[in-house]
Design a binder for this molecule. Sequence first.
Ligand code: COA
Length: 168
Amino acid sequence: MKYIAVYPGTFDPLTYGHLDIIIRASKICDELVVGVADNTNKSILFSSKQRVSMIKQQINKLSLDEDIKKNIKVCSFVGLLTDFARNIEAKIIIRGLRAVSDFEYEFQMASTNKRLKPDLDTVFLTASEQQHFVASSLVKEVVRLGGDVKSFVPIEIAKELKNYFKNN
Ligand code: COA
């Protein structure tokens, strides 16, 4: 049996923090599906198509074993995460835990998802030390105000963000 995990998020945009979780999660399951949420109530800069394509581009660039890399899929989903997990036959949800402040929200979400789909468990990976404070919205704010975000996001994503704020 294939052990499939889903790593869901908004990824608007993908940061080094997310990439760190993707790399580590890919090594503990047979297949990792990065699930890009299409209908969140957050205000989103990039379309789900753009976010999926940015994530795929960065995964291609990772220096991971080709066997591991080909087991990482990226796709967008609408509706409930538990329904998406059911469709792709995922057995676990992967979430990154950055700080104590994440815990309450993550605990609520994991418990709600468990109630909705009891055979689906959430596994938490602690964010790496260098990235534990990174958040997509802060990255966006720094770019909007003219700051440099190359240590938070890959260079291609930093450029996309810069372009976005130049044109909007
Ligand atoms: N490193 C760096 N940043 C991280 C991170 C990590 N390891 N983990 C999370 N973050 C950041 C994200 O970039 C995000 O930043 P932002 O708020 O500034 O955009 C922030 O932390 C919060 O992230 P997260 O809690 O993962 O929210 P999200 O918006 O990325 O994802 C979904 C939430 C999509 C998983 C959730 O809303 C969902 O499942 N939606 C589907 C509908 C559903 O089923 N709802 C019921 C859920 S119980």
